[in-house]
Design a protein around this ligand. Structure first.
Ligand code: NDP
Length: 442
């Protein structure tokens, strides 16, 4: 039992040394829950906070593969099976050189709360590798994916653990991973989500995280009788989440003036319209090029090595990676008039930046809530796979919209002063914690 959040955090830091992103994610949840827990001793007596911060299982494995020059390379693979109280482990795979255990534990931990918020029966997990797909040929990516899945296939299954994509893992990688799973296990099941339409994928899954984030921003704006129509929007990233967030903002009448990648940001004062967005999608999904090619093509400003948060906007949608908005950048955004931030990425605002947004009382939708649309449609993909049928685009989109609306109202229901961070953490916690109580000491 701990007397304060500080005491509890000392326990977490000692137990998980060096895992700074994981500490950051737990700290935010502990801050949100502390007052609530003092009114609910049943959770404290059953040590739910200590149990929920400890993954049920962590798998770490060697991934040897051969590159196009015939040389052997060795990467490290992970799967963090965090919590299965409300359903099979569910969460993406990330392939990026920065991947380590601390990052995957932060992502897996957040996934537990996020999945609970969707109202669908999914536990939380996350995995990936320090493999860098950038600059690799299709053949090299396939060799890596096949080796990765050769080990992972022992641990996952459609009723056990169902991975999806994340940074560096899109449709191409899911295809290679699925092919290898099927070959090894000789079964065609919904063991992965984000699959292609021809072999069990769901309509709207590629769009879901970006669309869902924009639906969430729109719900927040509705509380002020406002909408995205006519708003200037800055988006970071130019990958899966950023692309479809941009598409939906344009559809709802907003003007997207920036997108970025790890090399810098483009600033297009005239706005990135549908045609220019199509160029970005081709550049990123097919050519796998860098974002400065957009500036070369359309004559927009390229801010090398810079993030886009200095650009004047009404709405900011961080859709790249964790800790991409710091305190100074958050202040700059608010000073320039930004009054809505919806996180498409996981934990893109660091703790100080979140405090700026909360203290300035802008509309702030944390990733756990705002980007839950992706896993929600993954849940819908699992349902369609189990029933051996496919829903129409309209049907999936309507369900996604309703789920985002319901997450938005759960956040408001469990917080005061429109603090969506606290609301999301408490709402996500209750369902998982009650299920853990029901299932005994496991
Ligand atoms: P992608 O790999 O498709 O795109 C990632 C984008 O972010 C790229 O533009 C990439 O630039 C940029 N980026 C990645 N790492 C960094 C970095 N360290 N610094 C600067 N830019 C970076 O990934 P997704 O779009 O799928 O994921 C983006 C975010 O959304 C992640 O936080 C992910 O966890 C989160 N998310 C994704 C979901 C999904 O369904 N895909 C669901 C929920 C959350 P570059 O190409 O130069 O590396």
């Amino acid at each position: 039992m701990y007397n304060s959040v500080e005491d509890f955090m000392s326990y977490i830091e000692n137990k998980n040394p060096g895992e700074k992103e994981f500490h950051q994610a737990v700290q935010e949840v502990a801050d949100s829950l502390w007052g609530f827990l003092s009114d609910h001793p049943e959770y404290v007596h059953s040590r739910i906070l200590e149990r929920i911060t400890e993954p049920e299982r962590v798998l770490i494995f060697r991934v040897p593969w051969r590159n196009d020059r015939g040389e052997i390379e060795v990467n490290r693979g992970y799967r963090v099976e965090f919590n299965s109280a409300i359903g099979p482990y569910k969460g993406g795979l990330r392939f990026h050189p920065s991947v380590n255990l601390g990052i995957l534990k932060f992502l897996g931990f957040e996934q537990v709360f996020k999945n609970s918020l969707t109202t669908l029966p999914m536990g939380g997990g996350k995995g990936g590798s320090d493999f860098d797909p950038k600059g690799k040929s299709n053949n090299e990516v396939m060799s890596f994916c096949q080796s990765f899945m050769t080990e992972l296939s022992r641990h996952i299954g459609h009723n056990t653990d169902v991975p999806a994509g994340d940074i560096g893992v899109g449709g191409r990688e899911i295809g290679f991973l699925f092919g290898q799973y099927k070959r090894i296990r000789n079964e065609f099941t919904g063991v992965l989500t984000g699959k292609s339409l021809n072999w069990g994928g769901s309509l709207i899954r590629p769009e879901a995280t970006g669309y869902g984030c924009v639906y969430f921003a729109d719900e927040m704006l509705k509380t002020k009788n406002d909408s995205l129509d006519g708003k200037t929007v800055v988006i970071s990233g130019s990958g899966n989440v950023a692309q479809y967030a941009a598409e939906k903002v344009i559809e709802l009448g907003g003007k997207v003036v920036s997108m970025s990648d790890s090399s810098g940001s483009v600033y297009d004062k005239d706005g990135i319209d549908e045609e220019k967005l199509e160029f970005i999608m081709h550049l990123k999904n097919v050519k796998r090029g860098r974002i400065n090619e957009y500036s070369d093509k359309f004559g927009a400003e390229f801010m090398e090595g810079k993030r886009p948060w200095g650009i004047k906007c009404d709405v900011a949608l961080p859709c790249a990676t964790q800790n991409e908005i710091n305190e100074v950048e958050a202040r700059e955004l608010v000073k320039n008039g930004c009054f809505v931030v919806a996180e498409g990425a996981n934990m893109p605002s660091n703790a100080e930046a979140v405090n700026v947004f909360l203290s300035k009382k802008i509309l702030f939708g944390p990733g756990k809530a705002a980007n839950a649309g992706g896993v929600a449609v993954s849940g819908l993909e699992m349902s369609q796979n189990s029933m051996h049928l496919s829903w129409t685009r309209k049907e999936v989109d309507t369900r996604l919209k309703n789920i985002m609306k319901s997450i938005h109202s759960s956040c408001l229901e469990h917080s005061t002063n429109e603090n969506y961070v606290k609301g999301a953490n408490i709402a996500g916690f209750i369902k998982v914690a009650d299920s853990m109580l029901d299932q005994g000491v496991v």
